[in-house]
Design a protein around this ligand. Structure first.
Ligand SMILES: NC(=O)C1=CN([C@@H]2O[C@H](COP(=O)(O)OP(=O)(O)OC[C@H]3O[C@@H](n4cnc5c(N)ncnc54)[C@H](O)[C@@H]3O)[C@@H](O)[C@H]2O)[C@H](O)CC1
Ligand SMILES: [K+]
Length: 441
């Protein structure tokens, strides 16, 4: 019997297709030990014969691109970010002065343009948001942008979030009449991203948005916030006081929680309490006072001359990631871990008549999607007393005659393959949303 439900997305995570795998029943139980394979896989290895299909049934499970689980690569990146977080106990925090100095040097002798840095900063914000707040539960994102570069980071993040599948809304009340900013606005308009005037925002943002990004002020903020940002900050403060985090959109602050003193933090104690902070280049001193669950670093552009001049101790970015978690990894509520599967139909006409051909196609897709060890399968057997046991083995081949896998010699004795109950194998291909169960008689 072979069952599978599959949703597939390509490496970029932007395209998806839905697949089904037929059940099939076969008629007899035989397991043929084959010639010992070459080292490093000790003998014996076994081939389950291909047997004629008796019937077909279908399991349906699929999802839109918005609800797909992370690819293995993303999962590994998350793991790496966590590992990096643990390793980065001591991270440099910058004064306001040093932050501004570094900015000047990057855009002076080090040859960067503000557009470049802002693009990378905004991309970091978008990727960090997407890493923590999955599309399936957080679709509508309000980005509140200030008049300076922090606001520019927000505009860039809005564009990337749109391309990641989120639905951004932008509140940008004090527009800067420079080509960089008007270009960013035009880009968002071309994506039909709504610009929401301050007066049209509801006093309580919790009903209309799933995430609020605070891109009002960064490291050049000083004094008390002037209108309309004073009211906007208050709106975010009222959100933070809703005790039940499940009932309010999380607040993500870009570089600095707006209204906080850049070095001293939330001096009055009545400021924004963001759930997530994405520090850019390096955390500023105020980040020491950040107590939310998610602190990320972004702005993967710091060249060695800056690192050595300022003695920057920063965690390494994992792989190709644009952000890295810093600080403690929050403990996960295991019961809340779930994927939402929307279930369109799965049609018999969409699958290949021969389930082994179908398996092979999906297996190749799993490899292409970067799944780690897609040939790992759980093999379950039942002994004569009816006691089941499972172990992980590696698939070493599949053709029209069956599946081939290896186990060590002494493990073979424990397989109980000659009992009445036929062996089953199980493939878990989470990045494809695929579980395949094979049972042969
Ligand atoms: N190297 C980097 O890390 C990069 C960071 N980026 C981002 O840029 C900001 C800093 O940008 P900057 O334009 O210097 O300042 P702000 O965005 O913080 O805001 C300046 C803006 O705000 C006005 N303002 C200041 N105080 C107040 C106040 N009390 N009330 C109202 N308005 C105020 C001021 O007049 C200016 O108009 C950094 O944090 C990062 O987010 C770059 O994008 C890339 C390089
Ligand atoms: K901010």
């Amino acid at each position: 019997m072979l069952t599978a439900a599959c949703k597939f997305r390509n490496k970029s995570g932007l395209a998806s297709t839905t697949r089904v795998m037929p059940f099939f029943l076969s008629t007899s139980a035989t397991v043929t030990p084959l010639c010992p394979p070459p080292s490093p896989y000790p003998s014996p290895h076994f081939r389950l014969p291909y047997l004629p299909r008796r019937g077909l049934a279908f399991l349906a499970a699929a999802a839109s691109p918005r609800t797909l689980p992370p690819t293995p690569r993303q999962a590994m990146a998350s793991l790496a970010t966590s590992t990096a977080a643990a390793a980065a106990a001591e991270v440099t925090h910058l004064s306001q002065r040093d932050a501004a100095d570094i900015d000047e040097q990057l855009m002076g002798p080090l040859g960067f343009s503000v557009d470049q840095l802002m693009e990378l900063a905004g991309l970091s914000v978008a990727t960090a948001v997407a890493e923590v707040y999955k599309l399936s539960e957080h679709t509508r994102v309000l980005i509140i942008c200030g008049p300076g570069n922090n606001g520019g980071d927000g505009l860039v993040a809005a564009r990337h979030l749109y391309h990641f599948g989120y639905k951004p809304f932008v509140c940008y009340p004090k527009r800067t009449a420079k080509p960089l900013y008007s270009g960013l606005v035009t880009q968002l308009e071309s994506l039909a991203i709504p610009f929401v005037p301050v007066e049209d925002l509801p006093q309580d943002l919790s009903g209309q948005y799933d995430i609020v990004i605070d891109a009002m002020f960064g490291f050049s903020f000083h004094g008390a916030p002037r209108p309309p940002f004073d009211d906007l900050i208050q709106m975010l403060v009222s959100l933070s006081v809703i005790g039940d985090s499940a009932k309010r959109p999380p607040i993500v602050s870009v570089d600095i929680p707006s209204g906080w003193h850049v070095e001293e933090g939330d001096v009055s104690g009545g400021g924004i309490k963001p759930d997530m902070l994405v520090s850019l280049t390096a955390p500023k001193l105020c980040a020491k006072k950040f107590t939310g669950p998610h602190h990320f670093l972004g702005g993967r552009f710091v060249p060695p001359p800056i690192s050595s001049k300022y003695g920057l101790e920063l965690p390494p970015y994992p792989g190709t990631s644009m952000c890295v978690r810093i600080g403690k990894v929050p403990s996960v509520d295991i019961s809340s871990l779930r994927e939402n599967y929307i279930s369109p139909e799965l049609l018999e006409t969409q699958v290949m008549p021969n389930p082994f051909d179908q398996f092979r196609t999906w297996f190749d897709e799993a490899v292409t999607a970067g799944l780690r060890e897609p040939n790992a399968m759980a093999l379950t057997t039942v002994n004569k007393a009816g006691k089941p046991s499972s172990r992980m083995v590696l698939l070493k081949g599949v053709d029209k005659q069956g599946f081939v896998w290896y186990v060590k010699n002494h493990h073979f004795k424990q397989l109980s393959i000659h009992s009445n109950e036929p062996p089953k194998n199980l493939f878990l291909m989470p990045s494809l949303g695929l579980v395949q169960v094979h049972k042969l008689r």
